[in-house]
Design a binder for this molecule. Sequence first.
Ligand code: SER
Length: 597
Amino acid sequence: MTHQDIRKKYVDYFIRHGHKEIPSSPLVPENDPTTLFTSSGMQPLIPYLLGEPHPLGKRLVNSQKSFRSQDIEEVGDNRHTTFFEMLGNWSLGDYFKEEQLLWFYEFLTKELSLPKEKLYISVFEGNKDVPKDTESYNIWKKLGIPGNHIFFYGVKKNWWSRSGVPEAMPPGEPGGPDSEVFFEFTEVKHESQFGEKCHPNCDCGRFLEIGNSVFMQYQKQEDGTLKELPKKNVDFGGGLERLVAATENEPDIFKSSTFKKVIERIQDTTAKQYSDEKNKHSMRIIADHIRASVFLIADGVVPNNKTQGYVLRRLLRRAAVKMHDLQEKTNEADFESISEAIIETYKDVYFQEQSIKKITEIIGLEIFKFSQTLDRALKQFEKLSSSELNGLNAFNFLQSYGFPYELFVERSNQRGYPLNDTERVSFENAQEAHKKLSQTLAAKLFKGGLADQSEMTTKLHTATHLLQQALRTTLGDQVRQKGSHITAERLRFDFTHPKKLTEDEIKRIEDLVNEKIKANLSVKMQVMPLLDAIKEGALTVPQANYPEKVKVYSMGNFSKEVCGGPHVDFTRTLGSFKIVKEEGVSANTRRVYAVLN
Ligand code: SER
């Protein structure tokens, strides 16, 4: 069964049981500055779980796009992903355990036809504050689950809140005991490295958690106690990708239909096989990280050094490193192609035609930038001795190669030299010191910039106007400004013109500017409506945005331009003008550099 089939069956089943479908919220929470990402279906529903009435009623269902950056290290095994879709249904103070467990059981066994003998259950064993959940145990028994398929666990496994165990919940946070369902892959053999005996929560891969019914009936109080909410809620969540894997009896979700196209594309681009054990880990990380990136970008995140953008950057750069491990090269075309395979997998459900190109372009550009330095970064890394695997070098790698701290740590771990907390502190100190230094430099530059403006740059600015008119007089009126950049030393002027200037043309242009300087034209400024300025023949910069009223600077009858200023009062103060360089920028654009002496 494909992801499309299961998503639809689930939503339809719960609609038949009186639920209303709500849309998936974006991956970046809209009204919750406390968390970076939407990481479960319940997150956008917190106010309603705490008692506020929901406009669509007390029974809700959806498939929620979710992202858990805290799971990034887990990716690489047969079942963890950072991005996933969570099928969810909620009772806001309406039905409770009896209905919830029956419906989910019916959905699994009837709608998805999962064999009931492959289902295992966990329930809460109780603690000092909350009693053992014998009620759920009895319901599962009544539904036909044998006692030896039902396991009791404590708060670490069978308590759910966004922050984990009750002690970790901040005041105000809702949570409660839960009951999970696991699917057993009978072909997977338990390995003793995961513990003497296998059980539903064992990490060996034989059991896969496919759904979690949280009985969200408590709220943490300021005094640290748990108080029953006025109404008891159900918050169910089940990973769609895992349900697909269970229906396909495929213990490796990366081999299930959800990831089929993506893994195939990675195999094609790298000419390596997923079935080869040594490639699996990297290919899973690449598939997961690019998939997550595609969904994050579709929801408006772009790679940068802040909050969500930094997480996205980390995902893409980590995928780039894994790609490099597979084939000693990383190029943007491969990443674009893998992104396309992801978009193809989901296009009926999520992606708008017009955004597809943008998503692949953003990914391509980030990889292009990083791949320029990646090769060198990895080579340099190999040269570091164990004592050089420290926080300071982690900072140097970030500065020189854009190599995220977490990647430096990961690579050090791979070499058997984990970085301890002291190294993290020295990395952070180096980063802080660098930030301060750049701020000081920026402040100095800013000051210097203002001082320049007062004299040399003002003169060069006035010279730029004279230059533009001299170019037009000499070369023709097709000359228009394309760009202008002035420093205290020189002016740089880009303009439309199809061919290289001859020496003779350059000389005539210089002479004309110098003639106008010597004529000591007075520079006049007038404020007028933009349309009047244009009617009077004042030059504008094509494509620039101007306000309705503008300043117009004119020098005698020679030059007239819309411009913000400032300028000198009389042209003679410019001294003498010289073009020092002429070059092409693109097919129809030339550039000149000029100085004043
Ligand atoms: N909130 C619970 C979870 O994330 C169930 O939806 O597992």
